[in-house]
Design a protein. Structure first.
Length: 203
């Protein structure tokens, strides 16, 4: 099943956010140093916000762990949703950038590679070792809580509250009720004893 821009807009509606007509793919610095200039944060009314290529790579790679196999159109879906979420929320944008930068820094430290360059198993393992599965989503908390709040839960909300995403995993939750932490723990990050992680295949 394919996730479309329309699915992303439906998820944005569930989150109470909107996005302009243009979706720009910026080519700025890696997520740990993402630009805060007018063209990237939407403070200039003549421009749309954009994401750095490396930040979008990280978010797409994270979605590859969180979303089930066989999802087409994931990158555009993630980009559209995230742009809608950060468009008029500079504080939220800064929090998302910081959480992404910290996740990427841990990957570089522990795995000697950017998070987006790791295979699916390594990405999933890194999240587990950080304690993200059991973390409380808190924008002011420790790193695992902030990654959970700004990255994991928001991407899961986008997926589960989109029409295609809800059908793909066999749930038809009302708008604004994406399934919560129980769906996340059950469907995407099971215990270490084994089972599907819901992510993409290696490679």
């Amino acid at each position: 099943m394919e996730l479309t821009r329309r699915d992303a807009l439906a998820a944005l509606a569930a989150a109470g956010a909107t996005i302009g007509g243009g979706v720009l793919a910026g080519r700025m610095e890696p997520p740990r140093a993402d630009s805060e200039g007018p063209a990237s944060n939407g403070s200039d009314p003549s421009t749309e916000p954009s994401l750095s290529t490396d930040l979008l790579d990280l978010l797409d790679a994270l979605a590859g762990v969180l979303y089930p196999d066989g999802v087409d159109g994931r990158r555009e879906f993630v980009e559209t949703y995230v742009l809608g979420r950060i468009g008029d929320r500079p504080d939220y944008r800064a929090g998302l950038q910081e959480a992404a930068a910290q996740l990427d820094a841990v990957a570089r430290d522990w795995e000697d590679a950017p998070y987006a360059d790791l295979d699916a198993d390594a990405r999933d393992r890194l999240l587990r070792n950080l304690g993200v599965a059991a973390a409380d989503p808190d924008p002011e908390g420790p790193i695992s809580d902030r990654i959970r709040f700004f990255l994991v839960d928001d991407l899961l909300f986008a997926f589960y509250s989109s029409p295609a995403g809800g059908r793909l995993v066999g749930i038809e939750n009302p708008i604004g009720h994406p399934g919560g932490i129980e769906s996340y723990q059950r469907g995407t990050m099971p215990d270490a004893a084994g089972g599907q992680n819901g992510g993409e295949s290696d490679g």
